[in-house]
Design a protein around this ligand. Structure first.
Ligand SMILES: [Fe+2]
Length: 244
């Protein structure tokens, strides 16, 4: 099974270049790039919109997926999204409650909603039940926020996930490896802690300089992630999409 993860799209309201970047073009470029390979599923892991939940922006994204015949796609929100608007535009199999989008795809893929920077108690309880229920395979978890601080000062200080301890406790309920794929940090980072293997995927928009205390753009080459699952083996790589 091959999954394509695209994250932190930050799509502009219009087809325009801001600070040297056109995020609408970047999304189209990435969709063209993945045309070259076979895949089973496309996952968008949040910050679809440039600043806040926006129905016309979500509809434009959905239209691009439709234009490319990408029917098997799943969407979760980031801190620049709105769960109800996402569900309105993309809603197909979504489990929406407490104004959160979280759902489970058999056999072992879990999607969490961290739009607020944390999960409601109801969502954490649901997550705990899913983890306990997956015995034979390693769970794959998609969430916008990395569950751990990850060494990008601007993000760690201001925008870190607020429930690291709860997350580690739940993942520790079973021994199997939990593979976690996130965005939010606009960097490529891998972090292993106890039985969690976490992979942060760079943004479709811009990458943040991790050597700087405050926000500074490092570069603007968009990227996406390829995840290949073959039995108990998982292989993953990030592909940057350069201008030709
Ligand atoms: Fe974010």
């Amino acid at each position: 099974m091959r999954i394509i993860q695209i994250t932190d799209l930050h799509i502009y309201p219009k087809d325009e270049i801001i600070d040297g970047v056109n995020t609408r073009n970047n999304f189209i470029k990435v969709l063209e790039d993945i045309h070259k390979i076979n895949y089973d599923l496309v996952v968008l892991t949040g910050d679809l919109s440039i600043t806040e939940g926006d129905e016309p922006i979500y509809k434009w994204i959905k239209q691009q997926l439709n234009n490319n015949n990408i029917n098997n796609h799943f969407v979760i929100g980031g801190n620049h999204d709105d769960a109800n608007t996402l569900a309105k535009v993309f809603g197909k199999n979504y489990y929406l409650t407490d104004n959160e989008l979280y759902y489970f795809v058999k056999p072992n893929i879990i999607f969490l909603d961290t739009i607020k920077g944390y999960c409601s108690k109801k969502q954490l309880d649901w997550f705990r039940q899913q983890i306990i229920g997956i015995k034979d395979e390693s769970p794959i978890i998609f969430m916008h926020h990395p569950p751990f601080k990850s060494g990008v000062p601007h993000m760690d200080k201001k925008y870190a996930f607020q429930q690291t301890d709860e997350f580690v406790e739940i993942c520790g309920l079973t021994n199997n490896t939990k593979y976690v794929f996130t965005g939010h940090y606009h960097n490529e980072i891998s972090l292993m802690y106890k039985n969690v293997s976490m992979f942060i995927t760079p943004s479709l928009y811009l990458q943040i300089d991790m050597f700087e205390e405050d926000f500074k753009t490092y570069h603007t080459v968009p990227a996406y992630r390829i995840i290949d699952i073959d039995g108990s083996q998982l292989k993953t790589t990030v592909r940057y999409v350069f201008d030709k």
